[in-house]
Design a binder for this molecule. Structure first.
Ligand SMILES: C[S@@+](CC[C@H](N)C(=O)[O-])C[C@H]1O[C@@H](n2cnc3c(N)ncnc32)[C@H](O)[C@@H]1O
Length: 196
């Protein structure tokens, strides 16, 4: 099954809070974003945003230039309808981040929570790195080896940073024990990188 079919099926069959990565609010991401880019007009892209409430919370905090990209049309549709008329303030892109052509230098902050680790082929990761600007998070080295039934890569801050190369400066990293809706825990690794 290709990635798009997989993710459309996930979102067609599961509610937003019935997936292991669900959190009511992405507090760690919000804190990192507010620290990294306090200016509310900063162009931000949430890559693989899925049905997460990060976009709601960023709008609530006054961010005015937000793009949400996901491979799944179903996920984007759910998020848009949750936001109702506020959805008009957001740019929406349905596409595969390893293939889509994004506008050059369009974003100052790049957010990824639990997407990069699905790229198990080196050429996919290389394509992703070509697209990235700033910030990324994924499972830590003690995270699960599978997510959503798919095999994932596991990283510590150093090995994740290595994927991106010397242009990216690792500013900070932290791990979080994420409690899933099923009362299990998973280690998430957050890395904040800058290109100066
Ligand atoms: C584990 S979920 C995380 C969702 C969200 N970031 C969160 O933290 O709740 C991974 C998300 O990445 C999306 N995704 C997976 N592969 C992708 C790709 N190649 N391009 C764009 N989105 C992708 C999936 O549709 C899904 O919404």
């Amino acid at each position: 099954m290709d990635a798009k079919t997989h993710w459309e099926k996930v979102y067609a069959t599961k509610g937003p809070d019935a997936v292991s990565w669900y959190r009511r609010h992405l507090e760690t991401s919000i804190a990192l974003i507010e620290r990294a880019v306090p200016a509310r007009s900063t162009p931000i892209i949430d890559v693989g945003g899925g049905e997460s409430t990060l976009v709601d919370d960023l709008l609530f905090r006054g961010y005015t230039n937000i793009t949400v990209l996901d491979i799944s049309q179903a996920a984007i549709d759910v998020t848009k309808s949750r936001l109702r008329s506020a959805a008009d303030q957001v740019h929406w892109i349905v596409g595969d981040i390893t293939q889509i052509e994004l506008e050059p230098r369009a974003y100052d902050l790049w957010h990824d929570r639990a997407v990069f680790h699905f790229l198990t082929a080196p050429d996919q990761r290389a394509a992703y790195v070509r697209q990235v600007a700033h910030s990324i998070s994924t499972f830590g080295p003690e995270g699960p080896s599978k997510c959503s039934g798919l095999r994932v890569m596991r990283y510590d801050a150093e090995s994740l940073h290595r994927e991106f190369g010397v242009r990216f400066c690792l500013v900070e990293s932290s791990t979080e024990l994420h409690r899933t809706p099923f009362e299990t825990t998973q280690q998430f690794l957050y890395c904040y990188c800058r290109i100066d």
